[in-house]
Design a protein around this ligand. Structure first.
Ligand SMILES: [Zn+2]
Length: 62
């Protein structure tokens, strides 16, 4: 299984070296908690975290 990293800017979780969402390379291997957002408009969590794109996000990124 590939090591997943979380973007420090937008918290998207990715196995790549570049964030697929904001194109940042500022990725952290030290994260915890996963939020799956399918419909940001209907998700309270997504609104709280300012998420606008359906994706997999980390709850905490160090
Ligand atoms: Zn990002």
């Amino acid at each position: 299984m590939a090591k997943e990293k979380a973007c420090r800017r937008c918290k998207v979780i990715t196995t790549g070296k570049v964030c697929p969402n904001c194109k940042s390379t500022d990725l952290s291997p030290d994260w915890s908690g996963i939020i799956l957002v399918f419909d940001p408009a209907k998700s309270q969590v997504a609104r709280t975290l300012d998420i606008t794109t359906p994706n997999k996000y980390a709850l905490k990124v160090s």
